[in-house]
Design a protein around this ligand. Structure first.
Ligand code: MTE
Length: 368
C-alpha cells in the first residue's frame, strides 16, 4: 500500500529550494523551518510551511488508503478516501507550532532538532470533524481517549529493544475524548485549498487546533477508541515536561501552545539607517485569542503597544506592526511580548524558569 521516499524525493515534493522559504534543519528525516521574515499575511504558502518528521515520509496511494475506526466502539468501520471526502467538511485557519520551536536559542542547550524560530506556520485546513467518524462508530461510554496512528514507521534509539520485539515504531498519539470530539478537531485532506502534499500528511492528517503540532498526526490510518490512557512512546516519553527532580512530580504532557510573539523584521543583527522603520512580527496562543502585543526598543526596560494587522482568527497567529523612529546611531535591542485573552503572558527572559526542565522536544516560548 505504501513505501517510503528518500529526502531527495521529498525535496521534489515540497521544493525546498532557496526560493521555497524552507531552511533545512535535517535531511534524514526531513525537517525544515519556514523563513519567517518572508511571511506576509496570515496563511503560509504551502511550499514554505515548516516540516517536522520523525521518520521517512510515507508515499500513500489514495485508492489503497483506508482509515480504520476500532477499539471500544459499537460499529468498527473502515473508510476510503472518497467516503471521507464525501462527509460534511469545514475549513479552519490554524497555526501549527512544533513544541521544539526556538530550541536553538535556549540556554542551557537542550537536546533535539536545533530549530530557530521557524518551526511554526499557518494554513487553511479543510477536513471532516473527527467527531463525525467517531460518533458514527458508536463510542462506548467507557472511552477515555482516541489513539491516532500514522503510517510512518522507524527506529528510535531509546526503543531498540521494543523494535527488536515488535518491529519498527509507528508515530501514534492519543487525544482525550473532549478534544477528539471538539468540532474544530479535523481529519484534514486539504491545505490552502489543495490536496495535502506528501510531507504534510497526504492523504489525510489530523489537525488539532490550539495544541502543539505533535498532536496533529500525519498520514492517519487508524483511530482506536480506548478506555485506558495511551502509553505509546510519542505520548509518554516524548513531548512531556519532565519534573525538576526525578520522582518529584509526574511528567506533564504538552497540550496547548503557549502564548508567543516573534519579531521577524528587522532580522537579528540588522544594521538600519536612522529614520522611520516598521517593525513586523506575529503573535499566537493556543489557549485564547492573542489580546495584546508590546514592543520594547530599549532591551525590555519600557514597552509600547504594537498594532494588529487584519482580523482575528481563533486558531491563527496575528500579524502585528510597530512604527519606530531610530533617532541616533546606536546599538539597540528590540523585543516583543504577547499577552492572550486568558491573561497568559509571554515570559521575557533568556533562560528557562527555575523548576522546569525540558525534554528533547520542547523549546519554551520566551520573548528574546
Ligand atoms: N505525524 C506523523 N505521523 N509523524 C510525525 O513525525 N510529526 C508531528 C506532527 N505529526 C509527525 C506527525 C510533529 S512533531 C509536528 S510539529 C507536526 O506534525 C508538523 O506538521 P508539518 O510537518 O505538516 O508541519
Amino acid at each position: 500500500m505504501q513505501d517510503h521516499v528518500s529526502p531527495g524525493d521529498h525535496v521534489g515534493t515540497t521544493s525546498a529550494s532557496p526560493d521555497s522559504g524552507l531552511l533545512v534543519v535535517s535531511a534524514t528525516p526531513f525537517n525544515a523551518e519556514t523563513r519567517l521574515a518572508a511571511q506576509r499575511g496570515v496563511a503560509t504558502p504551502t511550499a514554505a510551511f515548516f516540516v517536522r518528521n520523525h521518520f521517512a515520509v510515507p508515499r500513500i496511494d489514495p485508492r489503497a488508503w483506508r482509515l480504520a475506526i476500532e477499539g471500544a466502539v459499537q460499529r468498527p468501520a473502515v473508510l476510503t478516501y472518497e467516503q471521507l471526502k464525501a462527509l460534511p467538511s469545514r475549513t479552519l485557519l490554524v497555526t501549527l507550532e512544533c513544541a521544539g520551536n526556538g530550541r536553538s536559542a535556549m540556554r542551557p542547550q537542550v537536546e533535539g532538532e536545533p530549530w530557530q524560530y521557524g518551526a511554526v506556520s499557518t494554513a487553511a485546513w479543510t477536513g471532516v470533524p473527527l467527531r463525525a467518524v467517531l460518533l458514527a462508530a458508536g463510542l462506548s461510554p467507557a472511552v477515555q481517549e482516541v489513539v491516532c496512528e500514522g503510517a510512518d514507521r522507524g527506529q528510535v534509539a531509546e526503543h531498540e529493544r521494543v523494535a527488536a520485539a515488535h518491529g519498527p515504531l509507528a508515530f501514534a498519539r492519543s487525544l482525550p475524548l473532549a478534544k477528539a470530539l471538539h468540532p474544530d478537531t479535523l481529519l484534514a485532506y486539504a491545505m490552502n485549498g489543495d490536496e495535502l502534499p506528501a510531507a504534510h500528511g497526504f492523504p489525510v492528517r489530523l489537525i488539532v487546533p490550539g495544541w502543539y503540532g505533535m498532536a496533529s498526526v500525519k498520514w492517519v490510518t487508524r483511530l482506536t477508541a480506548s478506555t485506558q490512557p495511551f502509553m505509546g512512546y510519542f505520548q509518554r516519553d516524548r513531548y512531556v515536561l519532565e519534573p525538576p527532580q526525578p520522582g518529584e512530580r509526574q511528567a506533564l504532557a504538552l497540550t496547548n501552545i503557549a502564548v508567543r510573539s516573534v519579531l521577524v523584521d528587522p532580522s537579528d543583527g540588522a544594521v538600519l539607517p536612522c529614520g522611520d522603520h516598521c517593525l513586523r512580527g506575529f503573535a499566537w496562543s493556543g489557549s485564547a485569542q492573542v489580546a495584546r502585543v508590546e514592543v520594547s526598543v530599549d532591551g525590555g526596560a519600557t514597552w509600547e503597544p504594537a498594532q494588529f494587522m487584519g482580523d482575528p482568527e481563533r486558531y491563527a497567529w496575528r500579524p502585528w506592526e510597530y512604527r519606530w523612529r531610530a533617532v541616533a546611531p546606536t546599538r539597540v535591542t528590540l523585543c516583543s511580548r504577547a499577552i492572550d485573552a486568558a491573561a497568559n503572558e509571554q515570559p521575557t527572559m533568556r533562560s528557562r524558569p527555575s523548576g522546569s526542565s525540558s525534554r528533547s522536544d520542547m523549546g519554551l516560548p520566551f520573548a528574546w
